[in-house]
Unconditional design. Sequence first.
Length: 208
Amino acid sequence: MPMDNLLSHFVTLFVVVDPIGLAPIFLSVTHGLPHPVRRHIAFRACLIAGAVLTGFALGGDWLLHELGITIPAFRIAGGVLLFATAFDMVLGWRSEREAKTAEQALEEHVRNVAAFPLAIPLMAGPGAITATVLLAGQASRSPWEFAVLIGVIANVLIVCILVFLFASRLAQLMGVTASGVLSRLFGVLLAALAVQYVVDGIRLITAG
């Protein structure tokens, strides 16, 4: 896997998962909990999200084959979905929806906040799953390339763990305005990547 593809894979997943944007949500759902419990929730959430994304990375191609869906068609559909996610991020709707999900989890007294809402649907949501399947489709059947993709997933989740562990300090340093600006910047980058997925899908269909 070329280095530029490796960087592209990492940027795609990083932007979709948006670890920095999840920091306020993590603070919200773990408010009032002692530090050891918050650390445990952070690690558990990342493990669950990692298991979900790894499963789709390894079995996503098989699932598409069984459903009769071609990779170009999935690229176009995935690009549209990622663009919708980017649209939400740029306009700020995603943050409002995620905050609402977190508030609902607190109101319903969800015991395992690591699984819901942190791991699913905030970290391993539809956008991240779509991106993972698309990236897995770009890789050949070489075990090395799949291992690299799993490594990319692991590195993105490691960043999530670090952000969660230092969420309090990060929120104080960045402030609400800086966090919002950064989230919108990530949304613009994701929109460009989404358009590229659609263009690649159309190119593959027309070439065939």
